[in-house]
Design a binder for this molecule. Sequence first.
Ligand SMILES: Cc1ncc(COP(=O)(O)O)c(C=O)c1O
Length: 433
Amino acid sequence: MRSVVRNRKGFLKSFAGVALAGPVLGRLEAIEDVFSASLHTLAQTPWESLGPQALQDRYMLDPSVVYLNHASIGTIPRQVHNARVEYLALCESNPWLYMWGTPWQPIREEVRAGAARVLGVPPSDLAITHNTTEGFNILANGLPIGPGDEVLFSTLNHDGASVCWELGAERRGFTARRFEFPLLDVPSLSVADVVELHRRQIRPETRVLVFPHVDNTVGLRHPLAELVAMAKAEGVEYVAVDGAQTVGMIPLDLAASGVDAYSASPHKWLQSPKGLGLLYVRADLRSELRPMWVTWGQRRWADTGRIYEDYGTRNLPEVMALGDAVDFQAALGPAEKERRYQQMRSDLKERVLATRGLEWVSPATWDLGASLVAIGVSGRPASQVSQELFAQAGVVLRPFETMGLNALRISPNVNTTPSDFDEFFAGIARALG
Ligand SMILES: Cc1ncc(COP(=O)(O)O)c(C=O)c1O
């Protein structure tokens, strides 16, 4: 049986005597009751009977859409959305109370603890930001680097984790260097190859190494612990990793990996509301990394990662709903999810290899890959094929015509059904003839 669903209602009760008035507690409990009941059912449902269609029914995707683009932006489960709507309504019933009063303060910390469990880090080292890009901007603006120092990353690094260094370099005098990653060799690369490709680029002045844990183009899972260990051995001071495509998809143990900072967007694979981010900063790095914006929280939160989320007013109902997203994914079970991702990927690969005009350009195996793959297309521009697939069959995916690729990126999630893949391959047959 999958993980026990935590009972937030019980947690609320423990605070009742301290802070919450009866009616306030009653409404919060009502939201939690509805959510916990449906979550409990989900957690008790044997995975075998939780078929892809049954899962898809728990989401709000337009039935005419074949959604194969979870890597660009995820979709949240209906019950998480419902809880979110309730939090929004509750907040509007007494905005001052919910924004600045006591009812949601302890729950926000519960939410942080849940997200921290997903990342494998202490809750006190985790900031709830707005997205991956924000975390990298905090790092590029706040790390103590300057003239003579280099920040290194490959062409696989996403703009959200790159541009802030490039513009920061102009302003602060350090250098940002993007090296060419041999994208077309990805299917044959090993862990040692990926480590060596990075090691070769490190220079005496390289103080920061940045890489995507899983890149957004071909879905190469960079070997996290191995790269961190190599970089430290080579004298790199800070290793900052982009987890936009991992959190919620791949089990993580970041504290054990030795990474210095990790920034992620839970709206993709954790299926949280949009506009939330997670930033882990190793505890002893906090004294060196200056926050990007500051207000009344700096002194109050001085010994925690919350100094990086010191915004003042923010959209707290969405933060509350992040907790429900974490609970939903826990009820699905990370190990079972990973099995489903793996199964879908190998089914997809088999069909790609059997289809004329298509080529597998992603890592050969799951341990270096992800539920995010690029499929090379011959004979027609990928963007044209993509437009046609959407117009004729509602297939949503992302084409790439960069870095020597002419490819369609497919990123299925646990609620993707076999018939979604059938629609994709039928569309391909029409488009490539
Ligand atoms: C690997 C990677 N990094 C960073 C980002 C930027 O994410 P956000 O816009 O949520 O900051 C994305 C978005 O697709 C991504 O795929």
